[in-house]
Design a protein around this ligand. Structure first.
Ligand code: ZN
Ligand code: ZN
Length: 245
């Protein structure tokens, strides 16, 4: 398998995961032309995409969906997300099998109808993907146990958010239990997962209330003497590509 985060953040989220049987796109917040350019740059082909999983209905996760649906990709999401979008698709049940993988939903605390993260199991590799969550619940940690590869939200630096330009109602939404995760919260959660995690991508960084250096530094400090690989993801270009299996 081969994995790359093609884009991450409030301007558009998409992660491409290729197996021998085809590719799964996790979230589709980029328009087709951007998806195509970035996928090719990262060494992937969009022709391989057989299915799209949607974490929730916010525009930065579904903006490019029409183009993929037109090309025949199956759409997978929680029943609540499918109904919020008004589309038919495959409701994500625990253990759903597709492209040689098993998919498990991870219920997330976020201001959408039924947002879910994803645990993927294939060829003995376990991958956990959680962005857009206001708090790390015990259930989230339980579902991520054993994952070797993690894509984890590190949205904002608390001080930057508090002293930054956003209006108060928006600051409160981001800080609240249905908002987004701070670097510190990501660091604490990842620390408790570090016995399994070998590769971690920090995702959904705010361009106004965070810097890549702060996110990396905060999480790395929390992970202490962890020996794995820590990568960033970007709003405007693909991340590093990880291969395995
Ligand atoms: Zn988002
Ligand atoms: Zn969201």
């Amino acid at each position: 398998m081969k994995l790359c985060v093609l884009g991450s953040g409030s301007t558009g989220n998409a992660l491409l995961l290729e197996t021998e049987d085809g590719a799964l796109l996790v979230d589709c917040g980029l328009l087709w032309r951007d998806l195509k350019v970035r996928a090719e740059r990262a060494g992937f082909s969009l022709r391989a995409i057989r299915a799209v999983y949607l974490s929730h209905e916010h525009a930065d996760h579904v903006r490019g969906l029409d183009a993929l649906a037109r090309r025949g990709a199956k759409i997978i999401a929680s029943p609540g997300t499918l109904s919020a979008l008004g589309i038919k698709g495959i409701p994500l049940e625990p253990g759903l099998e597709i492209l040689g993988m098993r998919l498990f939903p991870i219920p997330l605390s976020h201001d959408a109808r039924e947002p879910t993260g994803l645990r993927l199991e294939l060829d003995g590799i376990r991958i956990g993907i959680v962005t857009d969550l206001g708090q790390v619940t015990p259930l989230v940690l339980e579902k991520l146990r054993g994952c070797e590869i993690l894509i984890f939200e590190a949205n904002h630096d608390l001080e930057m958010l508090l002293s930054g330009p956003y209006p108060w109602p928006l600051k409160l939404r981001i800080l609240g239990p249905l908002g987004h995760l701070a670097n510190e919260e990501a660091g604490q959660a990842l620390r408790s997962l570090r016995d399994w995690a070998k590769t971690v991508f920090l995702a959904h960084l705010s361009q106004e209330n965070n810097t890549p250096a702060l996110a990396l530094e905060t999480v790395a400090r929390s992970m202490d003497d962890w020996q794995g690989h820590l990568f960033l993801t970007y709003p405007d270009r693909p991340s590093a590509v990880v291969c395995g299996g």
